[in-house]
Write a protein that binds this ligand. Sequence first.
Ligand SMILES: [Cu+2]
Length: 269
Amino acid sequence: MKQLALIPVAIFAVTLVAACGSDPPNRSVGPGKVDLADFSITMPKTFEGPLVDFDITNSGSVAHELDLGQVEPGTTLEEASTYFTEGGTESGVLIADPGGATTIGPGARLGYARTLTPGTYVLFCAIPAADGMNHAQHGMITMFTVTDANKSDLPKADLTITLDDDAIAVPPLTAGTHVVAVTNIGTLSHEMNAGGVPIGTDLSRGEEIGTWMEGGQVGPPPLPIEFPGGLKSIAPGVTVVLTLTFKANHTYMFSDDTNGLTTLIDVHE
Ligand SMILES: [Cu+2]
Protein backbone atom coordinates (compact mmCIF):
# COMPACT_ATOMS: atom_id res chain seq x y z
CA MET A 1 0.00 0.00 0.00
CA LYS A 2 2.91 2.33 0.65
CA GLN A 3 3.91 2.27 -3.00
CA LEU A 4 0.38 2.94 -4.13
CA ALA A 5 0.16 6.13 -2.14
CA LEU A 6 2.93 7.56 -4.30
CA ILE A 7 0.86 7.41 -7.45
CA PRO A 8 -0.11 10.93 -8.44
CA VAL A 9 -3.67 10.18 -9.39
CA ALA A 10 -4.56 13.85 -9.57
CA ILE A 11 -2.39 14.21 -12.63
CA PHE A 12 -2.88 10.78 -14.17
CA ALA A 13 -2.96 10.50 -17.94
CA VAL A 14 -5.49 10.00 -20.69
CA THR A 15 -7.48 6.84 -21.11
CA LEU A 16 -6.56 4.63 -24.04
CA VAL A 17 -10.12 3.53 -24.55
CA ALA A 18 -12.76 6.21 -24.31
CA ALA A 19 -15.53 5.69 -21.77
CA CYS A 20 -18.81 4.74 -23.34
CA GLY A 21 -21.28 7.56 -23.80
CA SER A 22 -24.24 5.97 -22.06
CA ASP A 23 -26.91 8.38 -20.87
CA PRO A 24 -26.75 9.33 -17.21
CA PRO A 25 -29.98 8.43 -15.40
CA ASN A 26 -32.70 11.08 -15.36
CA ARG A 27 -32.18 14.02 -13.08
CA SER A 28 -34.62 16.22 -11.22
CA VAL A 29 -33.60 19.22 -13.31
CA GLY A 30 -32.48 19.43 -16.91
CA PRO A 31 -28.76 18.88 -17.06
CA GLY A 32 -26.56 21.71 -18.22
CA LYS A 33 -24.40 20.42 -21.03
CA VAL A 34 -20.74 21.25 -20.52
CA ASP A 35 -18.49 20.36 -23.44
CA LEU A 36 -14.75 20.24 -22.93
CA ALA A 37 -12.66 20.51 -26.10
CA ASP A 38 -8.98 21.21 -26.87
CA PHE A 39 -9.08 24.04 -25.74
CA SER A 40 -12.48 25.49 -24.99
CA ILE A 41 -15.44 25.08 -22.63
CA THR A 42 -18.95 25.37 -24.06
CA MET A 43 -21.83 25.61 -21.58
CA PRO A 44 -24.96 27.64 -20.68
CA LYS A 45 -24.31 31.07 -19.21
CA THR A 46 -27.07 30.87 -16.59
CA PHE A 47 -28.32 28.12 -14.30
CA GLU A 48 -31.52 28.20 -12.33
CA GLY A 49 -29.98 27.27 -9.00
CA PRO A 50 -29.12 26.86 -6.32
CA LEU A 51 -29.00 23.25 -7.57
CA VAL A 52 -26.78 22.99 -10.64
CA ASP A 53 -26.60 19.81 -12.67
CA PHE A 54 -23.74 19.57 -15.16
CA ASP A 55 -23.58 16.89 -17.85
CA ILE A 56 -19.89 17.11 -18.70
CA THR A 57 -18.39 15.50 -21.81
CA ASN A 58 -14.74 15.58 -22.76
CA SER A 59 -14.80 15.64 -26.55
CA GLY A 60 -11.13 16.56 -26.71
CA SER A 61 -8.07 14.39 -27.30
CA VAL A 62 -6.47 14.91 -23.89
CA ALA A 63 -7.63 14.87 -20.27
CA HIS A 64 -9.29 18.00 -18.89
CA GLU A 65 -10.58 19.15 -15.51
CA LEU A 66 -12.97 21.80 -14.23
CA ASP A 67 -11.69 24.17 -11.60
CA LEU A 68 -14.52 26.18 -10.10
CA GLY A 69 -14.38 29.55 -8.42
CA GLN A 70 -17.07 31.94 -7.22
CA VAL A 71 -16.10 35.49 -8.09
CA GLU A 72 -17.27 39.02 -7.34
CA PRO A 73 -20.39 39.98 -9.32
CA GLY A 74 -19.43 42.11 -12.33
CA THR A 75 -16.07 40.37 -12.82
CA THR A 76 -15.20 40.27 -16.52
CA LEU A 77 -13.78 37.22 -18.27
CA GLU A 78 -10.58 39.17 -18.85
CA GLU A 79 -10.25 39.90 -15.12
CA ALA A 80 -11.01 36.28 -14.29
CA SER A 81 -8.45 35.07 -16.83
CA THR A 82 -5.80 37.31 -15.34
CA TYR A 83 -6.62 36.16 -11.84
CA PHE A 84 -6.81 32.42 -12.51
CA THR A 85 -4.25 31.89 -15.25
CA GLU A 86 -1.54 34.41 -14.51
CA GLY A 87 -1.55 34.34 -10.75
CA GLY A 88 -2.83 37.90 -10.66
CA THR A 89 -4.01 38.98 -7.23
CA GLU A 90 -4.63 42.70 -7.76
CA SER A 91 -8.27 42.34 -8.66
CA GLY A 92 -9.02 39.96 -5.78
CA VAL A 93 -12.01 38.61 -7.66
CA LEU A 94 -12.26 35.26 -5.88
CA ILE A 95 -14.97 34.87 -3.22
CA ALA A 96 -14.97 31.11 -2.72
CA ASP A 97 -13.59 27.84 -4.09
CA PRO A 98 -16.46 25.36 -3.72
CA GLY A 99 -14.61 22.51 -5.50
CA GLY A 100 -14.94 21.55 -9.16
CA ALA A 101 -14.25 18.31 -11.01
CA THR A 102 -10.91 16.52 -11.30
CA THR A 103 -9.33 14.86 -14.32
CA ILE A 104 -11.84 13.72 -16.96
CA GLY A 105 -10.32 11.55 -19.69
CA PRO A 106 -10.99 12.04 -23.41
CA GLY A 107 -14.35 10.52 -24.31
CA ALA A 108 -15.49 10.35 -20.69
CA ARG A 109 -18.81 11.73 -19.50
CA LEU A 110 -19.32 12.93 -15.93
CA GLY A 111 -22.47 14.11 -14.18
CA TYR A 112 -21.85 16.70 -11.47
CA ALA A 113 -24.82 17.94 -9.40
CA ARG A 114 -24.73 20.10 -6.27
CA THR A 115 -26.01 23.29 -4.78
CA LEU A 116 -24.03 26.48 -5.30
CA THR A 117 -24.55 29.80 -3.60
CA PRO A 118 -26.31 32.01 -6.18
CA GLY A 119 -23.72 34.25 -7.82
CA THR A 120 -21.07 34.50 -10.51
CA TYR A 121 -18.71 31.61 -11.24
CA VAL A 122 -15.63 30.85 -13.31
CA LEU A 123 -14.84 27.40 -14.71
CA PHE A 124 -11.40 26.69 -16.12
CA CYS A 125 -8.92 23.88 -16.81
CA ALA A 126 -5.52 24.20 -15.16
CA ILE A 127 -3.99 21.05 -16.70
CA PRO A 128 -0.58 21.71 -18.31
CA ALA A 129 -0.28 22.01 -22.09
CA ALA A 130 2.75 20.86 -24.08
CA ASP A 131 4.06 24.42 -24.49
CA GLY A 132 4.38 25.03 -20.75
CA MET A 133 1.21 27.08 -20.50
CA ASN A 134 -1.98 25.56 -19.10
CA HIS A 135 -5.23 24.80 -20.88
CA ALA A 136 -6.96 27.88 -19.44
CA GLN A 137 -4.29 30.07 -21.02
CA HIS A 138 -5.22 28.44 -24.33
CA GLY A 139 -8.87 29.37 -23.88
CA MET A 140 -10.34 26.80 -21.48
CA ILE A 141 -12.00 29.33 -19.21
CA THR A 142 -15.59 30.54 -19.08
CA MET A 143 -18.10 32.13 -16.71
CA PHE A 144 -21.67 31.43 -15.65
CA THR A 145 -24.18 32.69 -13.13
CA VAL A 146 -26.35 30.75 -10.70
CA THR A 147 -29.75 32.20 -9.80
CA ASP A 148 -32.05 31.30 -6.92
CA ALA A 149 -35.01 30.35 -9.10
CA ASN A 150 -35.27 26.61 -8.67
CA LYS A 151 -35.92 24.61 -5.53
CA SER A 152 -34.97 21.19 -6.92
CA ASP A 153 -33.36 18.64 -4.66
CA LEU A 154 -30.17 16.73 -5.32
CA PRO A 155 -30.65 13.76 -7.67
CA LYS A 156 -31.21 10.41 -5.99
CA ALA A 157 -28.05 8.33 -5.87
CA ASP A 158 -27.59 4.55 -6.11
CA LEU A 159 -24.29 4.58 -4.23
CA THR A 160 -22.60 6.65 -1.54
CA ILE A 161 -18.92 7.39 -1.14
CA THR A 162 -17.91 9.10 2.09
CA LEU A 163 -14.82 11.24 2.50
CA ASP A 164 -13.62 11.24 6.10
CA ASP A 165 -10.48 12.62 7.71
CA ASP A 166 -8.82 9.20 7.81
CA ALA A 167 -10.44 7.20 4.99
CA ILE A 168 -12.34 7.24 1.70
CA ALA A 169 -15.15 4.68 2.04
CA VAL A 170 -16.15 3.22 -1.33
CA PRO A 171 -18.83 0.49 -1.60
CA PRO A 172 -18.40 -2.50 -3.95
CA LEU A 173 -18.65 -1.26 -7.55
CA THR A 174 -19.92 -2.87 -10.73
CA ALA A 175 -19.09 -1.85 -14.29
CA GLY A 176 -21.36 0.69 -15.93
CA THR A 177 -22.81 4.07 -15.06
CA HIS A 178 -23.75 4.87 -11.45
CA VAL A 179 -25.16 7.91 -9.67
CA VAL A 180 -22.87 8.36 -6.69
CA ALA A 181 -23.42 10.73 -3.78
CA VAL A 182 -20.03 11.85 -2.49
CA THR A 183 -20.24 13.37 0.98
CA ASN A 184 -17.54 14.92 3.11
CA ILE A 185 -18.32 13.60 6.60
CA GLY A 186 -15.00 14.75 8.07
CA THR A 187 -13.86 17.92 9.77
CA LEU A 188 -11.36 18.88 7.03
CA SER A 189 -11.82 19.68 3.34
CA HIS A 190 -11.48 16.58 1.17
CA GLU A 191 -11.01 15.77 -2.51
CA MET A 192 -11.63 12.60 -4.49
CA ASN A 193 -9.45 11.91 -7.50
CA ALA A 194 -10.36 8.83 -9.50
CA GLY A 195 -8.41 6.75 -12.01
CA GLY A 196 -8.76 3.23 -13.38
CA VAL A 197 -6.20 0.83 -14.85
CA PRO A 198 -6.64 -2.74 -16.13
CA ILE A 199 -6.51 -5.20 -13.22
CA GLY A 200 -2.94 -6.43 -12.82
CA THR A 201 -1.29 -3.18 -13.97
CA ASP A 202 1.95 -2.37 -12.13
CA LEU A 203 0.71 0.49 -9.99
CA SER A 204 4.23 1.45 -8.95
CA ARG A 205 4.65 2.97 -12.43
CA GLY A 206 2.11 5.68 -11.69
CA GLU A 207 4.80 8.33 -11.46
CA GLU A 208 5.52 7.89 -15.17
CA ILE A 209 1.96 8.93 -15.82
CA GLY A 210 2.43 11.99 -13.66
CA THR A 211 5.56 13.02 -15.57
CA TRP A 212 3.82 12.50 -18.91
CA MET A 213 0.84 14.51 -17.70
CA GLU A 214 3.03 17.37 -16.47
CA GLY A 215 4.67 17.40 -19.91
CA GLY A 216 1.36 18.15 -21.59
CA GLN A 217 0.16 14.63 -22.53
CA VAL A 218 2.38 14.38 -25.62
CA GLY A 219 2.27 11.01 -27.39
CA PRO A 220 0.70 7.87 -25.95
CA PRO A 221 0.53 7.51 -22.14
CA PRO A 222 3.10 5.18 -20.56
CA LEU A 223 0.32 3.08 -19.00
CA PRO A 224 -3.31 2.52 -19.95
CA ILE A 225 -5.32 4.68 -17.59
CA GLU A 226 -8.86 5.91 -17.61
CA PHE A 227 -10.27 8.90 -15.79
CA PRO A 228 -13.99 8.87 -15.01
CA GLY A 229 -13.73 12.27 -13.27
CA GLY A 230 -13.73 13.11 -9.58
CA LEU A 231 -14.08 15.91 -7.10
CA LYS A 232 -11.86 18.82 -6.22
CA SER A 233 -11.70 19.68 -2.53
CA ILE A 234 -15.11 20.14 -0.90
CA ALA A 235 -15.87 21.54 2.56
CA PRO A 236 -17.12 19.41 5.48
CA GLY A 237 -20.83 18.60 5.17
CA VAL A 238 -20.97 19.14 1.40
CA THR A 239 -22.48 16.48 -0.89
CA VAL A 240 -21.90 16.38 -4.65
CA VAL A 241 -23.77 13.80 -6.74
CA LEU A 242 -21.53 12.46 -9.48
CA THR A 243 -22.60 10.24 -12.36
CA LEU A 244 -19.58 8.04 -12.94
CA THR A 245 -18.89 5.28 -15.45
CA PHE A 246 -16.64 2.40 -14.44
CA LYS A 247 -15.08 -0.13 -16.82
CA ALA A 248 -15.06 -3.88 -16.23
CA ASN A 249 -11.80 -5.56 -15.24
CA HIS A 250 -10.27 -2.35 -13.95
CA THR A 251 -8.77 -1.38 -10.61
CA TYR A 252 -10.04 2.04 -9.59
CA MET A 253 -8.08 4.23 -7.26
CA PHE A 254 -9.84 6.92 -5.27
CA SER A 255 -7.45 9.32 -3.62
CA ASP A 256 -7.34 12.44 -1.52
CA ASP A 257 -3.76 13.46 -2.17
CA THR A 258 -3.86 16.46 0.15
CA ASN A 259 -4.66 14.22 3.10
CA GLY A 260 -2.70 11.15 1.90
CA LEU A 261 -5.75 8.88 1.58
CA THR A 262 -6.16 6.14 -1.02
CA THR A 263 -8.76 3.42 -1.58
CA LEU A 264 -8.49 0.74 -4.28
CA ILE A 265 -11.49 -1.12 -5.66
CA ASP A 266 -11.49 -3.82 -8.35
CA VAL A 267 -14.41 -3.65 -10.77
CA HIS A 268 -14.94 -7.04 -12.38
CA GLU A 269 -18.23 -7.10 -14.30
CU1 LIG B 1 -7.86 20.94 -20.11
